[in-house]
Design a protein around this ligand. Sequence first.
Ligand code: FAD
Ligand code: NAP
Length: 558
Amino acid sequence: MTALGVSSIGRDSQLASIVANCERGVMNAQIDTDVVIVGAGFAGLYMLHSIRGLGLNARVIEAGDDVGGTWYWNRYPGARCDVPSMEYSFGWDDDLQNEWEWTERYATQPEILSYAGHVADRFDLRRDITFETRVTASAFDENHDTWTVSTDRGEEIRCRFVVMATGCLSSANTPDIEGRDDFAGRSFHTGQWPHEDVDFTGRRVVVIGTGSSAIQSIPIIAAKAGHVTVMQRTPNYAIPAHNKPLDPAEVAEIKADYRSWRAKARDSTSAFGGYRPRPDVSAKAVSDDERLATFEERWEYGGLGFGGSFNDLMLDQESNTLAADFFRSKVAEIVDDPELAEKLSPQTILGCKRICVDTDYFATYNRPNVSLVDVAETPIERITPTGVVVDGVEFEADDIVFATGFDAMTGAIDKVDFTGRGGLSLREKWSAGPLTYLGLGVESFPNLFLITGPGSPSVLTNMIASIEQHVEWIRDVIASMTEQGMSTIEAEGESEANWVEHVNAVAGLTLFNDCNSWYLGANVPGKPRVFMPLVGFPDYKKKCDDVAAAGYEGWVLA
Ligand code: FAD
Ligand code: NAP
């Protein structure tokens, strides 16, 4: 069903909804809204618009005081997308995509946030969003086939469906370092950045972490700070962004056939960059000169496409090492001090942790006001009121920036106290790692949908493409259930178990299991080590389409 097609069935499906509710003894009066959507990032916004298109009611509950999700919370200096702006945007409305003008190859956080605000205004979404409210619990009522959603403001909302649009990277992870709360200066987490400008002029700043958030923010902080001390546990791969203003002629060419251009992207493993497909050849199958030229060309082009230089970088250790060696040679070229270059050079599998996209990250270490402290061998000992202690040495600081990432993929879902059939707690069910069917639903938790949930390609893709695919799948199943008077849909236990096995088997064919990434939950102490996303968008999308075409195979509809 297309986005345009949906609105035409609106009134019929509303009627069907009423009839269905009456048939199973649930009068509309007992339901406050058809659907509760948790989160008002891109997923929540599109889900709300899509539910309205069915003629049903929805309420969005959002912890922040505005829309935008990731782009509302991550306001740290230098924050921008690493998927090109022309792709990192919605494709479901032609007027929206043709009228919106991105200014740069990789848009800044303020620009993406203003895009989210524009979407909310254009489709009049804010009137159904309750801000500054957190969903704390949700319990399934087996007698009425409804969910009761509880909020931290004491409200209880009864609905048919709950959609978790809570994001994969929305639960900030601040390590529990001794003395953390005693620090007398300012401390920040990149994922919970203040709304006001933070001035680092002349200040001594300790940055903890060297992931994407740190790599984007360090050069900008260093340009003003008195001194920046970077505490690095694992060096990272960062490919230059070569960010630049968008060329109007290039934009016009894309917009002339935006739909096909996006469709091409969705045919690629990570649902973006389809216009520069990875060569279908192993890094080992070409001559040294050809390989070097390919790496060089991808490096010069910039961005995440470097990971697609050849078809086997994530499949073959030797091919991966060839790419990693090239990368290390670049770090050695950029960083003046060879010892420092060595320390900044990752020895892990390239791409095993998400590759970063940077502007002047490595060059920043040539500045006299930037120094690196290795905290791999000797972890941060404690935080004092005046600084951070490593190996008995205190690094004095006015400010600490925790660029320490997120309890990814399950963090935000786990924070909600879900109770499904038979009083089963979702947290308990997931205690050894998340279990889902297609990353969309969970056995014993009927009518609960996860957008970009664990077990779906999500964070290995252009997430907006994954969000759109999930929202449309969920919209269509709700439409179909409403039309047919079905009251519940629930993942079958066997299909869920097989799916989890499949996700693991696919990951097992790759090199993704070979490092301590947040894909595996390895960044959060005590979190079960399970590879959570599924590799490969096109096959996954086909599977979801096939499941729907076969009458929702693997799901129980009642
Ligand atoms: P989010 O944007 O995370 O929104 C979830 C919302 O749910 C949040 O606003 C949160 O407050 C709310 N919420 C959570 N729990 C509750 C609760 N219990 N009650 C009420 N509200 C709740 N992906 C890409 O593909 N390309 C990129 O370039 C890219 N860059 C990124 C840069 C940063 C700094 C980060 C952190 C992530 C980036 N991502 C990127 C991933 C990004 O998260 C997704 O692209 C996308 O924005 C996710 O949208 P979402 O709506 O699913 O979730
Ligand atoms: P991250 O990739 O998880 O990086 C966190 C960093 O903090 C890592 O270097 C980690 O070290 C370090 N760390 C964590 N706990 C530590 C401790 N106790 N002591 C010392 N170091 C510690 O988090 P992120 O940088 O916020 O990025 C998360 C994801 O968000 C990215 O992978 C990406 O998907 C998305 N993102 C995208 C962009 C973009 O370019 N568009 C920007 C930011 C974020 P270890 O590696 O050793 O664990």
